[in-house]
Write a protein that binds this ligand. Structure first.
Ligand SMILES: O=C(CO)COP(=O)(O)O
Length: 267
């Protein structure tokens, strides 16, 4: 009979920290509906100049700017992506953008299920899951966002909400679930300057990691990002938590100096 070594809490924590070091960090700038030719050129130049970061870095830009972003970043290791995609392959879907189109622009990532899309565009858990599936079918990594509102947190529903949101995606992706990136973004922390404490964020990330472990053997290699008022001065403490593998950055991704500082904190 094989006897397993006794692992006390201290050793367990140490092992978890080692595991965390093995996962490469990822920092993604979500520009949301911001930008102009001039502002983008300055921002991208500032990011490219500051490389290398020692972590994966990407920017998710508005659709009209994908082309110029692809040209600007082509010779660098900075990746790019979009902020949404259609779940449909092609057809009469006015205003939608397919993953095939994103593929043509060299997108490496697409954000799906951002809380702003869930709230303002009525996106359901299943639609988000279908978008993630469509992305993977074209070799684009979906960054699947989950997160609770303040009301849900105060009602003690945080765990149930994020698990329900992630569960839809896990079931729809099946054996490909290990290929997505997950982003935990508490709605109350987005654009409010009110960050989840490192402990609050880590607690939810641990729940998500456990849920992924039950679904895929790749759970320990998967990147789970935190998003919500990440700034240069709180990035390091967030990124050193055992299950936080980088960040999805909104406001601070619009200033090269801040975004670069956050990338450095991850690297
Ligand atoms: O929504 C976010 C990233 O997707 C976070 O936005 P802020 O960093 O502006 O809070």
């Amino acid at each position: 009979m094989v006897t397993l070594p006794f692992i006390d809490n201290h050793r367990h924590k140490h092992l978890m920290q080692e595991m965390n070091k093995m996962r490469r960090k990822l920092v993604v700038g979500n520009w949301k509906m911001h930008g102009s030719h001039k502002a983008n050129a300055e921002l991208l130049a500032g990011i490219v100049e500051a490389r290398p970061f020692g972590c994966d870095v990407a920017v998710c830009v508005p659709f009209p700017y994908l082309s110029e972003t692809a040209v600007t970043l082509a010779a660098s290791d900075v990746r790019w992506g979009a902020q949404d995609c259609s779940a449909h392959e092609q057809g009469a879907y006015t205003g939608e953008v397919s993953v095939g189109m994103l593929h043509e622009f060299g997108c490496r990532y697409v954000i799906v299920g951002h809380s702003e899309r869930r709230a303002y565009h009525g996106e359901t858990d299943q639609l988000v899951a279908d978008k993630a599936k469509a992305a993977l079918a074209r070799g684009i990594t979906p960054i699947v966002c989950v997160g609770e509102t303040l009301e849900q947190r105060e009602a003690g529903e945080t765990e149930a909400v994020v698990k329900r949101q992630l569960s839809a995606v896990i079931h729809t992706l099946g054996h490909c679930a290990g290929e997505m990136v997950v982003a935990y973004e508490p709605v109350w922390a987005i654009g409010t300057g009110r960050t989840a404490s490192p402990e609050q964020a880590q607690a939810v990330h641990a729940v998500l990691r456990a849920q992924l472990r039950a679904a895929t053997a790749r759970a320990d290699e998967m990147q789970i990002l935190y998003g919500g008022s990440v700034k240069p001065d709180n990035a390091t403490v967030l990124f050193t938590q055992a299950d936080i593998d980088g960040g999805l950055i909104g406001g601070a991704a619009l200033k090269a100096k801040d975004f670069v500082a956050i990338c450095r904190a991850a690297g």
